[in-house]
Design a protein around this ligand. Structure first.
Ligand code: LMR
Length: 398
């Protein structure tokens, strides 16, 4: 069957992890895939997760199917995390949530659902965006278009360009927005800018689809939800894809959620009916474990507090590594101002290193980063920061 078929290219991010694993270089450094590593280079299970898992193991009485939408406590806790306590959008019932296999699953379920009801729409993605956004929405059958986002010269947000692009988006099209910790650039909108974008979406009639994979890794759980709050306050339809891979360290449990917010409860009920119909024909109903862990942690006050503290520790360590990288490059006299790296948010930085340098760092030094110069700051630690700064300084000086 396969002898006339060319192999598919390796994935831009997971392919890099495979190459890293095979590399025998003892000083190799993985700054590629967006996975948190601690000061020892490990990706540990959070203590709050371990504690919740112990409770769940004792309590578990059955492995019966979950509902198509997943565990009800999980959905309620996802909404509390998205919108805050006692908010109108939750109490009115105009938000509906299903547990999906990871944030990617949420995007894809959303894509499949939208294709049914917006068959002629285009999906607008930021330039640049996470490589898999293209794959997910193309696979759902959508043509893609790009809106301006990142300003490579200023290493910041091209907000005027973004607004100009979004003004061209026709009513009915779908705009994919990174709610916080933009992947790959680390460049986010301010609350005021979010208000402008949300107002534009209402005015122009396009649908916002917020990808919210890093809640809590920017400035904190509440500060990071600004985009969601702004869109919720606007009262129009929008979608949110959540992920607990990063902020709970539940990478391999595939724990995500798709939330659809509608203008009223009656429409939300219709949205939920179609969400369930969509899920049923893809994976029927979600895997239980990750969702039950998140529900247990978030609904148990002591574990919730512990999670917030563990999340803050991850966030703070990443910020320390941003500062250490900027300081390390400056100390080595590398030309240019890299201070924009500390202004960026989340796991990633668009380092400003071009593809030729990224290639040299990988082949000569065993330092892996994603094409375009995206660095996962969480791959840096005290033990490797000097090596990485030396390598970048040496290659940039050539
Ligand atoms: C990343 O961007 O590295 C992560 O979101 C992992 C992934 O699925 O690509």
């Amino acid at each position: 069957m396969w002898n006339t078929i060319a192999a598919a290219p390796a994935d831009a991010i997971f392919g890099l992890t495979e190459a890293f694993k095979k590399d025998p270089n003892p000083t190799k450094v993985n700054l590629g895939v967006g996975v948190y590593q601690d000061e020892n280079g490990l990706t540990p299970v959070l203590d709050c997760v371990k504690a919740a898992e112990k409770l769940l193991l004792d309590e578990e009485a059955s492995k019966n199917y979950l509902p198509i939408s997943g565990d009800a406590v999980y959905a309620a806790e996802v909404q509390r995390l998205l919108f805050g306590d006692a908010t109108e959008v939750v109490s009115s019932g105009r938000a509906v949530t299903v547990h999906t296999p990871g944030g990617t699953g949420a995007l894809r379920v959303g894509g499949e659902l939208l294709k049914k009801f917006r068959p002629t729409a285009r999906v607008w993605i930021s330039r640049p965006t996470w490589a898999n956004h293209r794959g997910v929405f193309t696979a759902s059958g959508f043509p893609l278009a790009e809106y301006d986002y990142y300003d490579p010269a200023g290493h910041g947000l091209d907000f005027a360009g973004m607004l100009a692009s979004l003004r061209q988006v026709p009513a009915g099209d779908i705009v994919l927005l990174h709610a916080c910790c933009h992947n790959p650039s680390g460049v986010d909108l301010s609350p005021e800018q979010w208000r402008e974008v949300a107002a534009l979406s209402r005015e122009r009639g396009w649908l916002a689809f917020l990808d919210f994979a890093y809640q809590g890794l920017g400035d904190g759980v509440e500060a990071d939800r600004c985009a969601v709050e702004v869109f919720a306050a606007g009262g129009a339809d929008f979608f949110v894809a959540s992920s607990f891979s990063k902020n709970f360290g539940l990478y391999n449990e595939r724990t995500g959620a798709l939330t659809i917010v509608s203008p009223n409860t009656a429409e939300a009920a219709v949205a939920m009916s179609h969400l369930k119909a969509t899920v049923r024909v893809i994976y029927s109903n979600p895997p239980a474990h990750g969702g039950l862990v998140v529900a247990k942690v978030l609904s148990t006050p002591e574990l919730h507090r512990q999670w917030l503290a563990e999340l803050a520790a991850m966030r703070d360590r990443i910020k320390e590594m941003r500062a250490a990288l900027v300081e390390g490059l400056a100390r080595r006299g590398v030309a240019g101002d890299f201070s924009y790296i500390t202004a960026q948010r989340g796991m990633f930085s668009f380092s400003g290193l071009n593809d030729a340098i990224v290639e040299q760092l990988r082949t000569e030094k065993g330092i892996y980063m994603v094409g375009g110069g995206r660095i996962n700051l969480a791959g840096l630690r005290t033990a490797n920061i000097d090596f990485v700064c030396d390598a970048i300084a040496e290659i940039l000086r050539r």
